[in-house]
Write a protein that binds this ligand. Structure first.
Ligand SMILES: Cc1ncc(C[n+]2csc(CCOP(=O)(O)OP(=O)(O)O)c2C)c(N)n1
Length: 336
């Protein structure tokens, strides 16, 4: 093949890929209407304790089902679950203005995403690689994009983007929230972002979910000093919580987000939490007693005791997940 023909062939491939991408993008855009967002699933009309319990159960049941679907070979790509960390997602996301604020999440994003959107079916379909997924089945577990919600699996890579988005939307009164793990404290981009957020007065909330482990590496082997104290030298105010109560997290997040919005300043919201499940699938190397400690802080049982109709909510959430899986399985494969 001559060089010229080879280039033309590449151009044709590129053109057809772009055309395909455009189809996916426009069909996805059609799906992104508020009408399709199953806001009822998030229980906006319910009292806070019931609403938070329902959202946490949805997250838990979706993620348990994802692990099951993975073991049956029904997922596209990998997946990371936030089992044990649901209170953070529910507490922080419910304190946001979902229509105005911007969320930047990471590889462990399903809980944040469900609490933001209630799009259980769109998420499951996405991870099963189906055209009905919220990104047309092309993004998978770690790369979600829906309204003002974005996730990306590169550790720390979302921090500068969050700062930029906060600056871009500052005049509209929007706040950006970025979720980072303790294992991401070694990424230089986090500190560059903290510095610029402070210097440029960006309304961004850095949420640190400290579960004391990064994949299989315990925090003490890689993180020096105090994570709570890290932001203060940058002139960034810190809010901190150690526990598993979504209502307490919600109240603290409201205070933190209220401060960021009112002062147009960044803040550091530190949440000590526990990952109960594996990092990804079947890759938990922690000793039994450490896992026992983690399970003792499961946020769901204490909330369950506070909700009178927990059985009813569990049955409702289970039905939602069953229907979502059935409907996703019936949809066409994005790459099929
Ligand atoms: C820059 C970069 N390095 C390595 C990885 C591989 N990786 C994915 S998640 C992870 C651990 C992250 O730990 P942490 O930030 O504590 O979040 P957690 O998994 O505990 O939620 C690693 C090393 C990555 N995604 N990006």
């Amino acid at each position: 093949m001559t060089k010229e023909r080879a280039i033309r062939k590449d151009e044709n491939v590129l053109a057809s890929s772009l055309a395909e991408l455009q189809i996916v993008t426009s069909s996805t855009a059609r799906n992104l209407t508020l009408a399709r967002t199953e806001r009822g699933l998030l229980g906006f009309e319910l009292p806070a304790a019931v609403r938070f319990y329902q959202q946490m159960m949805l997250i838990r049941l979706v993620e348990e089902r994802l692990l099951d679907l993975f073991s049956q070979g029904l997922l596209f790509g990998t997946t990371h679950t936030s089992i044990g960390q649901e209170a953070n997602a529910v507490g922080v996301i419910n304190a946001l203005d979902r229509d105005r604020d911007i969320v930047w999440s990471n590889h462990r994003c399903h809980g944040h995403f469900i609490a933001y959107s209630g799009e259980v079916e769109g998420l499951i379909a996405e991870i099963m690689g189906r055209v009905t997924g919220i990104c047309g089945g092309r993004g998978g577990s770690q790369h979600l994009c829906f309204r003002n919600f974005h996730s990306n699996g590169i550790q720390g890579g979302i921090a500068p983007v969050a700062v930029g988005s906060a600056l871009a939307r500052k005049d509209e009164g929007a706040v950006a929230v970025v979720f980072l793990g303790d294992g991401t404290m070694g990424e230089g981009a986090v500190y560059e972002s903290l510095n610029l957020a402070s210097v440029f007065a960006a309304p961004v909330v850095f949420v640190i979910e400290d579960n004391e482990i990064a994949q299989t590496t315990p925090k003490h082997l890689t993180v020096s000093g105090s994570i709570v104290a890290r932001a203060e030298p940058f002139g960034v105010r810190t809010f901190a919580y150690d526990g598993n109560d979504p209502i307490a997290i919600y109240e603290l997040a409201q205070e933190a987000i209220g401060y960021v919005r009112a002062k147009s300043r960044p803040c550091w919201l530190y949440l000590r939490t526990e990952r109960i499940g594996p990092h990804s699938k079947g890759d938990d190397t922690r000793p039994a007693e450490r896992l026992e400690q983690a399970r003792a802080r499961d946020p769901i049982p204490p909330m369950r005791r506070r909700v009178a109709n927990a059985d009813e909510i569990d049955a409702y959430c289970l039905n939602v997940v069953d229907r979502a899986v059935e409907s996703a399985a019936a949809a066409a494969l994005a790459r099929g």
